[in-house]
Design a binder for this molecule. Structure first.
Ligand SMILES: Nc1ncnc2c1ncn2[C@@H]1O[C@H](COP(=O)(O)OP(=O)(O)OP(=O)(O)O)[C@@H](O)[C@H]1O
Length: 445
């Protein structure tokens, strides 16, 4: 949840709609800005300080094609790829909404919008973007597809990926947080015959349980109290393409049962509707949890695991990838230096040693975060170990630590893995937020 709101840019050519949206959003603690034309929206976005864009796809009131809005969406996603864009479409223009989602919109609302849903959608998109930016927005442009993998462990992964990508089978990608599961999922899609079809992601850890069924399968108007309009689900959006189910270990048993049945017969039913619809979707799932352990604990269905893991790809942690760490670091250094207009050119020997000794609990994401910060801190051409600020490294395997040392280590590791997000770190350790903060503050004294 977003406590302090965020700044929403409302792009709509109708002043009354801008005003109505602004009123609702301000009452909920958001700050708003308005743009009456795509050009004005582009200027305000360039000026910075915008956390999300609420974009009416039908800019000119006399058109319904949505072309102006789609053009703006395309340019926004190129220049600000991480900015969440929620689009507004006319009622019933599901095709336009689907086009927008495929072009990178985070979500859509149909006019007349429903205030409660407007707020929920914006809050969850902002929370997601925030979580990503604490941990991931500092990642380098290779996010677009260049996979750095020269170590034997990663070469074996890529060979396997090349073999299985063209076969239309379910894939389960496992690996610690930040090891590149999302990247590999996209790579598999890109190497398959579905490459020109939609690649749709749903993070099962990020959607509230009450919305998950409708996110996956869609709903019809009136299906439940808040369902004021029809809504298409991710399975239908992904039809013909790939659905990437991230954090599958977080799916509730009820969701697991629904997923299993869709995977078995390829048929979905929108909530509130009787008509079954056939979908042709390749599912790629990912998890950083140990699903076998979850099965033992009665929290994951064995039969679902068997449906998902026709092929299982285990991504090695960064610390097991040998010299890849240097190549990834160098790549990130070059990208960050360009982005920030810095003349940093490389790493000093002590920095290289630190890079290779650090255990990288947050893996590639942590590495790019650390290197980008170092680029900003460096005062010479070379990054030194001090600029990396890698902090204490576990001196001994955990079995040889005292309880205090182990606690300190696990807390630091969880924080690093969560990219500094204390709430996520607390969840990872199975602690309540307050219990986690208590331990964290003890650790700092
Ligand atoms: N081998 C690699 N080469 C280049 N970039 C990589 C590589 N592996 C990961 N990355 C980058 O690191 C970042 C984290 O990767 P990604 O989001 O795919 O990880 P993940 O395992 O899905 O994380 P999480 O479990 O937190 O969802 C991304 O920006 C990704 O592009």
């Amino acid at each position: 949840m977003v406590e302090s709101g965020g700044t929403i840019l409302i792009a709509d050519d109708q002043a009354d709609i801008r005003e109505a949206l602004a009123l609702v959003l301000r009452a909920e603690g958001f700050t708003t800005k308005g743009a009456a034309s795509p050009a004005e929206a582009a200027l305000l976005l360039d000026a910075g300080g915008i956390d999300a864009l609420l974009l009416d796809l039908n800019f000119a009131t006399d058109t319904t094609s949505g072309d102006d809005g789609m053009r703006l969406l395309a340019s926004v996603k190129t220049i600000h790829p991480d900015l969440p864009v929620v689009v507004l479409t006319g009622w019933g223009s599901v095709d336009l909404a689907v086009r927008a989602l495929r072009a990178g919109a985070a979500d859509f609302l149909e006019k007349p919008w429903e205030n409660a849903r407007l707020i929920t959608v914006l809050r969850s998109q902002l929370a997601l973007a925030r979580a990503r930016s604490t941990a991931a927005s500092l990642t380098h442009p290779t996010a677009q597809g260049d996979i750095i993998a020269t170590s034997a462990a990663m070469r074996a992964v890529l060979t396997m990926v090349e073999k299985i990508a063209p076969a239309d089978v379910s894939v389960l990608i496992t690996g610690e947080s930040g090891t590149g599961k999302g990247l590999i999922a996209r790579h598999i899609a890109a190497l398959s015959h579905r490459r020109d079809k939609p690649f749709v992601t749903l993070d099962l850890g990020a959607v509230p349980e009450s919305l998950i069924e409708s996110e996956l399968f869609g709903h019809t108007r009136g299906a439940f109290t808040d369902a004021k309009t029809d809504r298409i689900g991710r399975f239908e959006i992904a039809n013909g393409g790939v659905l990437f189910l991230d954090e599958i270990g977080n799916a509730s048993l009820a969701t697991q049962a629904r997923l299993l049945s869709v995977l078995e017969d390829g048929i979905i039913t929108r909530l509130g509707e009787a008509t079954p619809r056939r979908v042709d979707v390749r599912v790629i799932a990912a998890t950083n949890a140990d699903l076998h352990q979850l099965i033992e604990a009665g929290r994951f269905r064995r039969d679902l695991l068997f449906r998902l893991n026709t092929v299982e790809i285990a991504l090695p942690p960064l610390r097991a990838r040998g010299d890849d760490v240097f190549l990834l670091a160098a790549d990130c250094l070059a990208a960050s230096a360009t982005r920030h207009g810095r003349t940093v050119t490389g790493f000093a020997p002590d920095a290289l040693a630190a890079l290779s000794n650090h255990p990288w609990p947050g893996n590639v994401r942590e590495l790019s975060h650390v290197v980008e910060r170092a680029v900003l801190l460096a005062d010479h051409d070379l990054i030194g170990a001090a600029h990396l600020r890698l902090g204490p490294v576990a001196a001994a395997p955990i079995e040889h630590m005292t309880l205090d040392q182990a606690e300190r280590y696990l807390i630091q590791r969880a924080m690093a893995e969560a990219g500094g997000d204390a709430e996520r770190a607390a969840r990872r350790l199975g602690l309540s937020r307050s219990a986690f903060y208590r331990r964290l503050s003890q650790l700092r004294t």
